[in-house]
Write a protein that binds this ligand. Structure first.
Ligand code: HEC
Ligand code: HEC
Length: 375
């Protein structure tokens, strides 16, 4: 372990280099913005045990465990009725023009909240240009989408319903469709008590967001370790965590989600292969129109990462070890040994937490007057 120590010293220097490089990156302003949604609604339980373990203490400087309580979302009053409505809408394919695609099609609960496909098949099999990110723990991220174009889950939920390559419903169609499924009206009334006309697109978005906030995955071995159980990680996983810190991954992959707290350029030290970073997708730059933001993306969460291949916004790398090697290369300017990549990957495996236990809800049934799918 003596060699690890001297290496740690060396790598601490590289970490400083990554920090400096990322701090100077043009357009990297939001680095100081904190993840507002990560403020837990209740004091997180169980508590962080006192410890003298140096690795735990070092990790606590950058990383936080997933709270075991469902976090609050600004502007949404979460009740069991609201969550139930949101869950039904999330699973209901009839909200899409073709009646064949629901949120769950591309954010499948049994597949880590994603779909294991480079690009998801949407309306009539159309494929968008980006990999579907997991909805698990999305509530802890500071903005939504790879390019951050939705400020929170409520705003995000409006996107896919009307997006022509996703669910393709015209805006009015969504509420008409819901109103034409009579069983939904009392569910909206229960979720939004006291409202005259509760069936609105905005309320549908709030309910979906309230449901998504329940999709958290606490108690990963890494969370147990952070809370003070030094035996929760294997020797390889601990070595990987050490590398994660010393190589500088934590400069960007920090906070509850090991990601989701900032935008960063994909390609800090060198340009990634165009298969990983196709030139036409400018990321954040496509939203702001500012060339300094080109190829900046939201740093994605690494929670449950072993479940959500393929990797990158381009969905272009099926092998997690290769994705780790690409990151070390283009984001930190380092070439890691195969053993180091194995250890880092082992550490990433310790980020898999308790998966949400979901039952597929009984949805309000269509009746003779309900519209049929568009051809
Ligand atoms: C056809 C596949 C598809 C469908 C249907 C779909 N999504 Fe997505 N979702 C995606 C893709 C692809 C992205 C990333 C797009 C981007 O960043 O530009 C995404 C992004 C998201 C994100 C942002 C996650 C993050 O970390 O940035 C959330 C949350 C989400 N979708 C929830 C939903 C909800 C809720 C629905 C249903 C109303 C839905 N999605 C329907 C494919 C889909
Ligand atoms: C300078 C910031 C930065 C550093 C340092 C960094 N990353 Fe990343 N990471 C990102 C960004 C940005 C992306 C999204 C790239 C894309 O697809 O556009 C990403 C993506 C990833 C992904 C793919 C996630 C997914 O869901 O597709 C993995 C895995 C990953 N990083 C691991 C690491 C590891 C391990 C290290 C350290 C060796 C590291 N990263 C260092 C910013 C960084």
């Amino acid at each position: 372990m003596a060699s690890l120590k001297s290496k740690t010293l060396f790598l601490t220097v590289s970490l400083a280099a990554v920090m400096a490089a990322t701090a100077c990156s043009p357009g990297g302003q939001p680095t100081t913005e904190t993840a507002k949604a990560s403020e837990p609604a209740q004091p997180p339980a169980p508590t962080m045990a006192e410890t003298t373990d140096p690795l735990i203490l070092q990790a606590r400087d950058f990383l936080e465990p997933i709270p075991t309580e469902v976090p609050a979302i600004e502007g949404v009053t979460s009740t069991p009725e609201l969550v139930k409505l949101g869950q039904s809408l999330f699973f209901d394919p009839r909200l899409s023009a073709s009646h064949s695609i629901s949120c769950a099609s591309c954010h499948y609960p049994g597949l880590g909240g994603a779909d294991n496909s480079p690009f998801s098949a949407g309306f009539h099999g159309a494929r968008g240009g980006r990999n579907s990110p997991t909805v698990y723990n999305a509530v802890f991220s500071f903005v939504q989408f790879w390019d951050g174009r939705a400020k929170d889950l409520v705003e995000q939920a409006g996107g896919p319903l009307v997006n022509p390559v996703e669910m393709a419903s015209p805006q009015a169609h969504v509420t008409e469709q819901i109103l034409a499924l009579p069983g939904y009206t009392p569910m909206f009334a229960d979720a939004f008590p006291g409202e005259m006309d509760p069936v609105t697109l905005e309320n549908a978005q709030m309910a979906i967001a309230g449901f998504e906030a329940t999709l958290i995955t606490p108690n990963a071995p890494f969370d147990q370790f952070l809370r003070g159980d030094a035996n929760a990680l294997t020797a390889d996983e601990k070595a990987g965590l050490g590398l994660f810190i010393d190589t500088g991954c934590i400069a960007c992959h920090s906070g509850v989600n090991l990601g989701g707290t900032m935008y960063q350029k994909f390609g800090v030290f060198s340009d990634p292969d165009p298969k990983y970073r196709p030139p036409e997708d400018k990321g954040r730059g496509g939203i702001t129109g500012n060339a300094a933001d080109d190829y900046f993306f939201k740093v994605p969460t690494l929670r449950n990462i072993v479940e959500t291949a393929p990797y990158f916004h381009s969905g272009s790398e099926p092998d997690l070890k290769k994705a780790v090697a690409v990151m070390a290369d283009v984001q930190t300017g380092q070439t890691l040994t195969p053993e180091e990549i194995d250890q880092l990957t082992a550490f990433l495996g310790s980020l898999t937490g308790d998966q949400p236990e979901l039952t597929i809800p009984q949805l309000p049934l269509s009746d003779a007057k309900s519209p049929l799918p568009e051809k």
